[in-house]
Each structure stands twice: as C-alpha cells, then as structure tokens.
Design a binder for this molecule. Structure first.
Ligand SMILES: Cc1cc2nc3c(=O)[nH]c(=O)nc-3n(C[C@H](O)[C@H](O)[C@H](O)COP(=O)(O)O)c2cc1C
Length: 193
C-alpha cells in the first residue's frame, strides 16, 4: 500500500500543504503544576520542518504559558483529515512575550503581531483568559492602523525534536517515528501502529 509518511520529504510536503490553507489547527499538550496533562486547540502560525521550527501565538496570561515554562518539552498533534494522517511533533518551547523589551525581540514580535488578522489581534484585548467573563476593553483593531503588540501577546517558539506520523488506511495503519540524532540527521524507524 502506498505510504505518505515514510520519508521526511513527504511529511514536509504534507505539512507545507496544510500551512498553505490556514488555519492549521493542532492540539497542544502540556503538563500542569500538579503533574496532570492538559490539552487545547491552537493555530500553528509557522511550521518549517527543515529548520525544526514551529510557532504558535498565545496570551501570556493563559495557563499554558507557566506550564510550558515549567515543562518545556511538549507535543503538538496535527490531524490532516483529507489524508487521514496524524503528525505528532515533540518540541522544546521557548516563550517570547510582549513584556520582553530587547530590540530584536521587539522587532520579531511586532512582525509576528502584524501577520495576525485584525480579528486575531482583537482577542488579545480581552480580559484574563480563564477568568470570570468581562467584555473586551478595546475595539477590534482595523487593518491599516496596526498598533504595536500588547504586553500579553506571546510567541511560542518550538524547536522540533521528534516526529511521529500515523497514516490510517481502510485495511490498517502505518506508523513511522523520527527522532533527532547527534548532528543534523534524523534517525527513522518504522514502528508498530
Ligand atoms: C480552533 C481553535 C484554535 C485556537 N487557537 C488558539 C491559539 O492559537 N492560541 C491560543 O492561545 N489559544 C487558542 N485557542 C483557545 C485554546 O484552545 C484555549 O481555550 C485557550 O488558549 C486557553 O488555554 P489554556 O487555559 O490551557 O492556556 C483556540 C481554540 C480553538 C477552538
């Protein structure tokens, strides 16, 4: 049976195709302070497998941020519905937030902020995520007057360490596992689904 996940080139093309038709929605899992698992949907904003980079935006006041700071090795799972393929990416996460004022950080954050739609930017005007409901303070930003990013805007930068892909077929599943070796090459194994 033809396999769509047996080379990194194929997985890269699959993910590039998903990113070409936004939003690329994924589940991001973290570990909370009590050691419990937490999971939520996120939009993958950038994904470059050759560069081992995955980027997500979030509110720095949300629960996932301290969880990622405490346990920075966390997985993202992407489901490609039409191809019936799940790709899990284990990454080591670094949080860059609006409260960090180094010039290069500020430039990167501003560019990332401007790549968000007005609707996405307006989400950051809301009150504390997870707190009791309060209506947003500011009106929705409009294109053409992109303000600077707010302090609670955060860029979650993941360095991809491991790739695990499962392909569903009518008559069974295929699964390949890729993990990083010392150096730049990936070690690849076919494993039981
Ligand atoms: C389709 C979808 C996409 C979402 N994308 C994001 C996102 O990119 N970043 C984010 O912080 N929350 C996103 N959310 C909201 C999260 O799922 C979650 O409710 C919120 O971030 C709070 O999570 P936390 O309390 O675990 O931090 C999205 C929700 C849905 C349903």
């Amino acid at each position: 049976m033809p396999c769509k996940i047996d080379t990194l080139g194929k997985i890269t093309r699959l993910l590039t195709g998903l990113m070409a038709e936004p939003p690329c929605v994924a589940a991001l899992a973290t570990v909370d302070a009590a050691g419990g698992s937490r999971v939520r949907m996120v939009v993958v904003r950038a994904l470059a497998l050759p560069q081992l980079e995955i980027t997500i935006s979030s509110d720095s006041r949300s629960d996932k941020i301290p969880q990622l700071i405490r346990s920075p090795f966390a997985e993202v799972c992407i489901w490609a519905e039409d191809q019936r393929i799940a790709v899990r990416l284990l990454a080591q996460w670094t949080i860059i937030s609006g409260s960090q004022r180094a010039p290069q950080v500020a430039r990167d954050l501003q560019a990332f902020w401007e790549a968000h739609s007005p609707r996405s930017r307006s989400i950051f005007a809301g009150a504390q995520p997870g707190g009791g409901y309060r209506p947003p303070r500011r009106r929705t930003p409009v294109r053409g007057s992109i303000e600077s990013y707010p302090m609670n805007f955060a860029m979650l930068c993941g360095r991809i360490l491991e790739i695990d892909a499962v392909e569903l077929h009518r008559d069974g599943q295929l699964r390949w596992h890729y993990f990083r070796r010392v150096g730049n090459a990936w070690d690849k194994r076919r494993i039981n689904p």
